[in-house]
Design a protein around this ligand. Sequence first.
Ligand SMILES: [Fe+2]
Ligand SMILES: [Fe+2]
Length: 197
Amino acid sequence: MNTDIDEDIFEYLYSHLNPKRLEHSYNVANLAVSLAERNDVNALNAWLAGLLHDCAKSMTDKELIKFLKNRKKKFKYFKEVSIKSPHLLHSFAGEIIAREYFKIKNETVLKAIKNHTLGRENMSILERLIFVADSISHDRKWKYAGTLRELAKEDLNKAFFEVLAEKISYVIRDAGWLCPQTIDTWNWYVSNFKKDS
Ligand SMILES: [Fe+2]
Ligand SMILES: [Fe+2]
């Protein structure tokens, strides 16, 4: 894809992300476009959200907390995330950079960036699509990435459940801190969507 603001975005990403993260962002954007076309989602929105989803990834934990506090952008569980797993804040900071620096106005794109780490209740298709693409882009080498990449092409809903379940199991197996927002996301989906439908 090629849009008017691509040049600005690539320039920004080149100077802010390491080569591995840059490649990941490009892969997520490409996968997002291909999944968008299969799911009646605007491809340009998918491209922009994919490219920008990790634009704040190079900020340190301290910088992320300060950045969000300065803009009074606190959200449910902000305090808990800031203490236990501040790197997760990069999705929230990324949304602000997309809005302020790149002047992205499309709320669906902004929400897809913002919620790609923890998810939320009742996500739009684009939000779920970016959430999935982020975990199974071609640079991802974890055990089920390839299988889920195939599944996502057939059924985004099933792939979303699997990716979310894998993310949760990974944290549990690693004896890590599981953000309550991720649990809220899971509980909302099992209560409102059928896992196998
Ligand atoms: Fe991310
Ligand atoms: Fe990512």
